[in-house]
Structures are given as C-alpha cells and as structure tokens.
Design a protein around this ligand. Structure first.
Ligand SMILES: [Ca+2]
Ligand SMILES: [Ca+2]
Ligand SMILES: [Ca+2]
Length: 637
C-alpha cells in the first residue's frame, strides 16, 4: 500500500453508529441479569506444544460484565480474565497442558444472568516438513491480486447481501469475481513459468458493500483486501478456509510456496472494533478523533527527529478509512502475533508479506519476527518499506542493529530503491551506470542476497505504461531483476507485458481468467506475438536462474558500466555467470577485467540464451560485443 486511498465516505456513518452503540450500552448496563452471549472467539483454535502457551483469546459477546470463565476439561486451563467496561469483550488466557487429543475444548462463561459457551478447539499441527518452508534467494515470487487473476467459482461472485454495484467487472474499483479456485485451477501455469512462490494480496474478509460519493473514485469497494473486517476469516468473494487449505496443499504438491499478505498496521473502517473497541486504546485514536499520517517517513530513520513527527508517522491513520492499531498496547501486540501464527499454523503457508511495516513500532516488528521464527524456524517475512532511499529500507531489515540499538529480525525488505532505478534506466531516463551506483548502497545491508528485488507491484504503474517504455525495455528490466542479487518478485501479467497506469488501472483482469473472456493468455495460442515473446523471455530467465546457483546465491561483481551498458558477474564457489546488458540501439563493444574475477587466459565465455556465440579470455581481458537492446548471460568454461 503506497499512497493513501481516497475512499473516505464512511466517517459520518461511523459517527452515527458510535452514537447508536452508546445508547445500546446504556440499555445493556441497565439489564445486568441478561444472559451472557458469545459472538466470536479469536483465535478459535490453537495447538498443543506451541511456543505460545497460554494463548490469549479475545471473545466478543454481550453482557459479559462480571463473567467468570472455566474450562470443561482439565487439559485446558483458563486464567487472567479481563472484561471491558461495556461487557462486549472478554480476554482470557488459555493454557493447554500436555498433549491433549485434537478436538473440541469449549470454555464456559458465567454471570449472574446465566452462562454461554466459548467454542475452542485444539488442532493437530500440520507437517512441518512440507509446510512453513520460508523463502530464500532460490525462489522467484509471483504476486497475484486474487480478485483480478482468475474466476474459478462463479457461485461466490455475488455474496448474499452484496449490492450489484459492488460486483461489476466494468468498474475497476469493484469486485470482478477472481478467487482462490481460479488460482488453484491455474497452478500449472505458474509451474510452467517457473516461479516458485505465490504472494496473494490480503485474503482477510473485507466489507462486501460499496462506497458511494461524488468523487471520481466512487463507487468503490475493498476488492484489494487491505480493509479487513475480520482478521480470522477468508474473504467470501475469494472462497473459504477449506479452499485456502486446498490451495496451499495443491501448491505445495507442485513445489509452489504460498505467501500471505498480512496487514497488522490497520484494519478497515467497517471492522466491528471501530464502533466498539475491545479496549479504549485498542487503536491510536477513534473514528472521530485521530491524526492522519502525514507520511513524513524519513523521521522514522533519523536519530534527530522530534517525537511529534515520529508519533504522527507511527500513530496517524493511513487514511480516515483505516483505523491504526496500537501495538504499544500489549493486548494488541499479543493479538496480532497470535493472528500471524494462527494463519501459518492453520493453513501451512510458507511466508508473510507485511504491509506498511514502517508505520509500526520497531519493537513490534522485532517481537513479531522473533515469534514467527521461534515457532517456525524457516518462516520468512518481507516488509513493505516503500522508499527509494536505501538508508531507509536497510534500516528496517533484520540482521543488524540500527542507531536505536534495535535489530528488527525482519527477514527481508523490498528493494524499492533498485526497482526505481531499474525503471528509470530501462526507460532511458538515467544512464545505465545508475544501476551500479544504486547497488553500491548494498553496503548498508547486512546480507544483500536477502533483499527482495521487485520487478513491480500492484501499487505502481505497469512497466509497459511508463513514459518511454518499450517491449525491449521491459525485457531488459525483467532480465536484470531475475539476474541481480536478491530474491526476485514478479507481478502478475508483466510476463505478458500487460499495460496499466496508476491504481486501479494496473490491476486489470488477467486475460482468459474470467468467464466470457475473448481469449486465454494462459495458453500459447491465446497470446499475441508480443505477449508470447515476453512470456518466453521471462520463462527463459527464470529457468536460467534455476539452473545456475551463481545467479541465485553468488556474489555480484561490477565489470563494466557507462551510459548504455552494465555488465556484472554473479559468482559462487562452483561457477561464474556474466550478465551483459546493452540498452542502446546499436551493438556495444566492451572490455572486461576478466582476471579480476579469477578468469584464466583461454577460458571460454558461451552465451546461455540466444545465439550470440562466445569469446575467450586473452591477456586477462574479455572483449564482448553486446547486441543492441539485449541482455546476454554468459557462462565461463
Ligand atoms: Ca468467483
Ligand atoms: Ca467480504
Ligand atoms: Ca501505525
């Protein structure tokens, strides 16, 4: 999530609901003898032998003031009950003793008015050998917006109660019908392309309604998933828990990992908490009184920043429509860490992408990362620090302490600085040497191989819609992203050179994914010649990466850089691969210091893609001719 979204029509409604609810609370307080009721339990399940024990349940209900909680089974013990003033929320710690059999272990909540059941189950843990695998630079991540990729189940296109205007393929801000089944149906497509991990934008349940206003961005919906109304449910347009489990299992069966998009910084304004928060300080502020984030992000990096600006950046709402969670409240921290672990444990997913991570306290990032690693040693989380300054992005990656003494333990951050430079270089706006000039700031990172190098994402215009874009430029950008150090991440549709300007135009439906589409770009026959050229190119570079450990894990050594060309080596203990990129309209001759990377006279350089012949090392040097508008990978033998 990059810029504040401009859909802010709900504030007045929220105020009205607050006022109605205040009345309701008075009514409840006057009827103390009403029986307690339980509406929702979060988390609804947990595991024996888990690194978090006791688990803290948040129970939403009614008439909970004065309630006592007891277990119905000695394997489960309830303690530390806290009930909010209005009796609408109850916190209770649940200790799971020993290794009880998986099954139902309900708790009983009792008041003078009666009793109710708190449903709770102990689940059988999923096999850790085949799940929770994490991500390394051996992977290639592919980002999907489920609503826009493929519609595999038309029965969920219009959930009950969802107005027609919310589900309309003609409106780029409405739901289009894409879903988890559509992804399951196309798993072989990813396998054929060669990517190894799928990152899905959030699958939390979002509001099914439609926002209306007199602005150009209305009517709009939360098809993108970033406005959760339930941290413990799957969006009903996308499927359900069973479909999600099926997706993870089938993906794993094909060797594809699943990355969940988590959003701990904020929920949607339609979340029940907004009008009835579990605690007064559950959010930073309220729907009526809160600050708006001014996005002075650099104050989060600076040791000289004043606390007013820092607090605004951490506590301010991303926009009026996105209530900011208060991770300084220990109950919030506990809730969110458990929620992250619950999704992992319940689905078997492999990794997490964390939205807008810098707007949360660094202590929280560290505590979350530590909790993930404690339970799932290979678990991997990448944080969105949407900055073009490597000093800022590197400040948030784990593996080193910042000036504040804090090591966030965060596994990865997206490389927005290099992405930005690559877009500029391959649309001819900066010289090619700018790539090398940006990469020198890898000095700020403890481990450059751990950075996530995005080709693009859902918050930015697609490459083909940038000023100065050409198919050849897009091909070079893709080749560079797939051969430079780090963990590459692609965005759906870029492999067929899809176009799209700013959000939501950059989120068009994948051709062939939807009933009635005039062609099917999932198949060779369904692609245009241009699309097929880009597809084959992308697939070729992904395969090259899979076949050469140096491209995945090797050091990067600069060999040549000027206005139009950049040549670098990727080198590990077993091999050297040289990547030569020339963006100019004519052939480029370059001389490389071969002896500096240990190449001996007589060694052969052979092109690994295309028919570009080879050359030999002579007098410690290599003379290469790089064809116009081309990236050529060479192996050395
Ligand atoms: Ca559907
Ligand atoms: Ca929904
Ligand atoms: Ca925040």
């Amino acid at each position: 999530m990059r810029t504040p979204r401009s859909d802010r029509p709900v504030r007045l409604i929220a105020r009205a609901v607050v006022s109605i609810l205040a009345t309701a609370i008075v009514v409840c307080a006057s009827s103390q003898t009403s029986a307690p009721a339980v509406v929702k339990v979060e988390p609804p399940s947990w595991w024996a032998g888990h690194s978090i024990n006791p688990v803290r349940l948040l129970v939403r209900g009614k008439n909970l003031v004065g309630a006592r909680v007891r277990s119905t089974n000695p394997a489960i013990r309830a303690s530390e009950v806290f009930i909010n003033r209005s009796g609408s929320y109850l916190f209770v710690s649940v200790t799971i003793a020993g290794a009880p059999k998986p099954g139902s272990y309900p708790l009983i909540v009792e008041t003078a008015g009666g009793r109710a059941m708190i449903p709770f189950t102990v689940e059988l843990p999923l096999n850790a050998k085949t799940h929770f695998q994490g991500i390394t630079s051996d992977d290639v991540i592919y980002l999907i917006m489920p609503d826009r990729f493929a519609n595999g189940d038309q029965t969920n296109d219009k959930p009950t109660g969802s107005p027609a205007a919310a589900n309309d393929r003609r409106n780029p801000r409405a739901y289009h019908g894409g879903d988890l089944r559509g992804i399951i149906n196309n798993l072989q497509y990813f396998k054929d392309l060669g990517v190894t991990a799928l990152w899905l934008t959030p699958w939390y349940d979002n509001w099914n309604g439609v926002n209306d206003c007199d602005k150009p961005w209305c009517p709009n919906t939360y098809y993108h998933g970033y406005h959760a109304i339930d941290y413990y449910a799957v969006e009903d347009h996308f499927g359900d828990m069973a479909t999600l489990r099926e997706l993870v299992e089938k993906a794993h069966g094909l060797g594809l990992k699943i990355v969940q998009d988590q959003v701990a910084n904020h929920v949607g304004s339609r979340h029940p908490w907004v009008t009835d928060p579990p605690l007064d300080d559950w959010f930073h502020g309220t729907a009526e009184h809160h600050s708006l984030n001014k996005f002075q992000n650099s104050v989060l990096l600076s040791p000289h920043a004043n606390s007013t600006e820092v607090r605004n950046t951490l506590d301010g709402w991303f926009n009026d429509d996105l209530p900011d969670m208060n991770q300084e409240q220990p109950e919030v921290t506990r809730y969110e860490i458990q929620n992250a672990l619950w999704w992992i444990g319940s689905t078997g997913l492999d990794a997490i992408r964390q939205d807008t991570i810098q707007y949360m306290p660094r202590e929280f990032i560290r505590d979350l990362a530590n909790s993930l690693h404690r339970q799932y040693p290979q678990m991997w989380m990448v944080g969105e620090v949407f900055e073009r300054d490597a000093a800022q992005t590197s400040f948030f990656i784990g593996g080193h302490a910042g000036w504040d003494g804090m090591d966030t333990k965060l596994d990865s951050v997206f490389d927005f600085p290099l992405w930005n430079t690559s877009l500029l270089a391959f649309t001819n706006k900066v010289p090619m040497r700018a790539l090398r000039d940006q990469l020198k700031y890898d000095a700020l990172y403890p481990a450059p191989l751990k950075i996530t190098t995005l080709a693009n994402n859902h918050d930015t215009p697609r490459f083909m819609s940038l000023e100065g874009a050409s198919l050849e430029g897009a091909m070079l950008h893709t080749a560079f992203t797939l051969s430079v150090r780090g963990i590459p991440q692609l965005y759906y549709g870029e492999e067929i050179a899809m176009e799209g300007k700013e959000d939501p135009d950059n989120r068009r439906d994948f051709p062939g994914g939807f009933p009635g589409d005039s062609r099917n770009a999932f198949t060779t026959q369904g692609r245009t010649a241009k699309e097929q050229r880009m597809y084959q190119w992308t697939k070729g570079w992904i395969r090259l990466r899979a076949e050469h450990s140096a491209l995945r894990r090797g050091d990067l050594i600069d060999l040549f850089y000027d206005d139009d060309a950049y040549v670098f080596a990727r080198q590990d203990k077993t091999e050297t691969v040289i990547i030569a990129i020339n963006r100019a309209e004519k052939e480029r001759k370059v001389t490389l210091p071969a002896s500096s990377i240990g190449l001996k006279d007589g060694a052969d350089l052979t092109s690994l893609m295309g028919d570009f012949g080879g050359t030999q090392v002579l007098n410690g040097q290599v003379n290469l001719s790089i064809p116009p508008k081309m990236a050529v990978p060479y192996t050395v033998r």
